[in-house]
Ligand binder design. Structure first.
Ligand code: SF4
Ligand code: SF4
Length: 147
């Protein structure tokens, strides 16, 4: 039985710490890419060249957003500049399997996100719906080429 049978509380207080100052990956699905391309009126090759990087994962490379030299997300400009088209990985936080794997991982996440554990109540059904969306997402990937 999961530790969150009674649901969990979370409200983003917009401290921005999950978008800034620390290196990390924001992996993109096909749906994410389409939303961002539309929001910025860019064709895919332009969008990828400007805002994305390929990240090695085993024999694959996954498409992630770029970071600035200070590790802020490439779309951080006093706030998320693509908020309405932000990727599922951003929208679904903190309802990620890695954070929900135990009460300890949930508690540990409160150290970096002050919104976790207070504010809006999410039912198990709502939390599971976020997990399902992530499971259903098809990440953009390509096979690593060997020279
Ligand atoms: S770290 Fe948490 S509270 Fe701060 S912006 Fe991110 S989700 Fe919101
Ligand atoms: S896309 Fe927006 S919400 Fe996601 S990490 Fe970048 S700035 Fe933050």
């Amino acid at each position: 039985m999961s530790f969150y049978v009674d649901g969990l509380n979370f409200s983003c207080i917009r401290c921005s710490s999950c978008c800034r100052h620390e290196s990390g990956f924001v992996f993109l699905s096909e749906k994410d890419l389409l939303s961002l391309e539309r929001a910025l009126s860019l064709l895919r090759p332009q969008f990828i060249a400007l805002y994305c990087r390929w990240v090695r994962s085993g024999s694959l490379q996954l498409l992630s957003l770029k970071e600035k030299s200070n590790y802020d997300c490439i779309f951080w400009k006093d706030a998320c500049s693509v908020y309405h088209a932000r990727p599922l990985q951003c929208r679904s936080f903190p309802f990620w399997e890695s954070i929900l794997s135990s009460s300890d991982t949930w508690e540990a996440a409160t150290l970096s996100c002050p919104g976790i554990g207070s504010g809006r109540h999410y039912s198990v059904a709502e939390i599971d719906a976020w997990i399902k969306k992530q499971d259903d997402a098809i990440l953009i990937e390509k096979v690593v080429s060997h020279w």
